[in-house]
Design a protein around this ligand. Structure first.
Ligand SMILES: C[S@@+](CC[C@H](N)C(=O)[O-])C[C@H]1O[C@@H](n2cnc3c(N)ncnc32)[C@H](O)[C@@H]1O
Length: 214
């Protein structure tokens, strides 16, 4: 393929993405309501079906930028609640969100997060993190799996017994092992693909319910 053909294909796929985006009901709805991303509707749908925010006051939102899951979480926990968000990228501040910019895989970020939750256990952990893709399938799957293992490890240490955890997972060779690992920590592990998640995307969400007493 020549450089010119690659460029034409790329332009066509950008156009297709823009077309899909402007015609997407979730994008339109998010813009109307003021959510920063259509991703808000994935979390809202999971909550509607599974009531994950029931009795939740403290939330850790991993990979929170641009902030729609944090917006939903802040609405759900109300004035007495507390939401801490972590992301590699900086983002526009959100009132009442305790935002930490940093790489969740680095100890310094974990230390800041622990400081912000005062080393206390939280009610809900949500992770919509997706690793930067290298384009090399094996490397990307390993990176994704590593992030999920770290989220589960954080939940193991800092999620309350009976608490829930939602984690974005991409289908791949590591998927079954991650589900097995989650089942060692949680009484129930469900796989959810909300309507708002594009059918073309291989993303799904692990809904890990009722953390075991460990
Ligand atoms: C799909 S976006 C999250 C969207 C967010 N849930 C929302 O509703 O606005 C994934 C985010 O994960 C972040 N991310 C990926 N790897 C990360 C890491 N190692 N540490 C912190 N954030 C990470 C990315 O920077 C990106 O902003």
């Amino acid at each position: 393929m020549t450089d010119k053909t690659v460029k034409i294909k790329k332009n066509k796929s950008i156009k297709a993405w823009v077309h899909q985006h402007v015609n997407d009901i979730y994008v339109n709805q998010a813009q109307k309501v003021g959510y920063r991303s259509r991703a808000a509707y994935k979390l809202l749908e999971i909550d509607e079906q599974e009531n994950v925010f029931h009795n939740v006051l403290t939330v850790v939102d991993l990979g929170c930028a641009p902030g729609s899951w944090s917006q939903v979480s802040l609405q759900k926990v109300g004035d007495k609640g507390r939401v801490v968000g972590v992301d590699l990228l900086d983002m526009q501040p959100l009132a009442n969100l305790n935002f930490i910019q940093g790489d969740f895989t680095e100890q310094i970020t974990l230390d800041k997060l622990l400081l912000s939750i005062e080393h206390r256990k939280v009610d809900l952990v949500i992770s919509d993190m997706a690793p930067n893709l290298s384009g090399i399938k094996g490397v990307d799957q390993a990176r994704g799996a590593y992030l999920i293992e770290l989220v589960l490890d954080f939940a193991k240490g800092y999620l309350k017994t009976n608490g829930h955890c939602i984690i974005k997972v991409f289908h791949g060779s590591e998927f079954d092992n991650l589900v097995k690992l989650a089942r060692t920590l949680f009484t129930q592990v469900l796989i959810r693909k909300p309507d708002a998640s594009r059918s073309k995307s291989s993303e799904t969400y692990l809904l890990c319910k009722f953390k075991k007493q460990l």
